[in-house]
Design a protein around this ligand. Structure first.
Ligand code: NAP
Ligand code: GDD
Length: 344
């Protein structure tokens, strides 16, 4: 029988790739979209036509109950969040509400629609499966390197704190109610569809602009930060694989290789035949109040149990993103989004 998936955050980077992947796998895909911005829904439809949309908001419990009740999904993927880390200091209240409490609201919607309570726990096999988009930001000021499923959390931003709440809440619903609820602890993953405020896309857009003579400089913050960067198209496959396990549990997903922001900049500029030193300006206002200095995954468990492997390397990813932005800004491909991120 056709499996039905419901995705929150379907208009975001991962939502579009996950929707594509699930459609290819034969799923009927539904997405929760907020009422405020139909251009985001239109962009999604342009990328993946075969999805059905339903209105809802992670701030609104009633809308989530209605969505789960109407769609009757086999699987729910909770990707919706305020996901840009610097914004979480400026808007910590709304970040806690959406990125943290939103997880609890989605789990409550499933619990209520499924008729599960503390005295009537879920029967495995006849229940809605739940995926939470947890984050390597939870490791924050890392206690060990590389980070695995057992590494303690030490979040460094209101975003990381909210994700840690969502992570523990997911675990708690699994343990309290017997629900099939899992968290993917995903390390940074990028693509040409990445929001223009995140550093990889900011760099690929900046390089394309400079190459095309539309700009002279690119303003950046901390070039010493190191991240484990992979390709979003690879990572959404791990989400589905996690949901197909007989026993629900959490997985770390990353490449196991880290690079600095400086290395990212060097690769991106040199791919376009440019020397970054003449163009990059360090802007202290872009340095964060508390930085996550490094993140590096230990993806052994995902490799062994899910058979998951990243396909696209960091270098290939950087080239793919620079090429896509060059094509977009020179009018050789249709725009993915409005490229305005200079001030983040
Ligand atoms: P993204 O591009 O920022 O997308 C975020 C999505 O959340 C958008 O679809 C947005 O919808 C939606 N959203 C925001 N507020 C909402 C609300 N109140 N109710 C419902 N939906 C709301 O993020 P992403 O990169 O695709 O990441 C997907 C998820 O994985 C996020 O939870 C993120 O925190 C997590 N994560 C990402 C990474 C990564 O490297 N990309 C790594 C680890 C974890 P609108 O279009 O309406 O704004
Ligand atoms: N955004 C941005 N802009 N980051 C910069 C800049 C800049 O101008 N200059 C240096 N950086 C550094 C940041 O200080 C950070 O150390 C690193 O680049 C990566 O920043 P982002 O691309 O904004 O991503 P992030 O690591 O903070 O968060 C992303 O990955 C998390 C998983 O680890 C987001 O996608 C989160 O939602 C996700 O959970």
């Amino acid at each position: 029988m056709t499996r039905r998936a419901l995705i929150s955050g379907i208009t975001g980077q991962d939502g579009t790739y996950l929707a594509e992947h699930l459609v290819e796998e034969g799923y009927e895909v539904w997405g929760i979209v907020r009422g405020h911005d139909d251009t985001r829904a239109a962009r999604l439809r342009h990328l993946v036509s075969d999805v059905r949309l339903i209105r809802g908001d992670l701030l609104d419990q009633t809308s989530l109950i209605s969505a789960v009740d109407q769609v009757q999904p086999d699987e729910v993927y909770n990707l919706g969040a305020i996901s840009f880390v610097p914004l979480s200091w400026q808007q910590s209240g709304i970040t806690s509400e959406v990125t943290g409490l939103g997880v609890m609201r989605m789990l409550e919607a499933i619990r209520i629609v499924s008729g599960i309570s503390a005295s009537r726990t879920a029967q495995l096999g006849s229940q809605i499966r739940f995926y939470q988009a947890s984050s390597s930001e939870m490791f924050g000021k890392v206690r060990e390197t590389p980070q695995n499923e057992q590494t303690p959390f030490h979040p460094r931003s209101p975003y990381g704190v909210a994700k840690s709440y969502g992570h523990y809440t997911t675990q708690n619903y699994r343990e309290s109610y017997g629900m099939y609820a899992v968290s993917g602890i995903l390390f940074n993953h990028e693509s040409p569809r990445r929001g223009p405020e995140f550093v990889t896309r900011k760099v690929s857009l900046g390089v394309a602009r400079i190459k095309l003579g539309l700009s002279e400089t690119l303003r950046l913050g901390n070039l010493d930060a190191r991240r484990d960067w992979g390709y979003a198209g690879d990572y959404v496959k791990a989400m589905r694989q996690m949901m197909a396990q007989p026993v629900p549990s959490d997985f770390v997903v990353g490449t196991g290789i880290m690079s600095s922001v400086r290395t990212l900049v060097e690769h991106a500029f040199s791919h376009a035949g440019l020397d970054w030193r003449g163009h990059v300006v360090i802007d202290p206002s872009l340095v964060r109040p508390a930085e996550v200095d490094l993140l590096c995954a230990d993806p052994k468990r995902a490799r062994a149990q899910l058979g998951w492997e990243p396909v696209v390397s960091f270098e290939e990813l950087v080239r793919m993103m620079v090429d896509a932005d060059l094509a977009q800004l020179s009018g050789r491909s249709s725009p993915i989004d409005s490229p305005v991120a200079e001030h983040f």
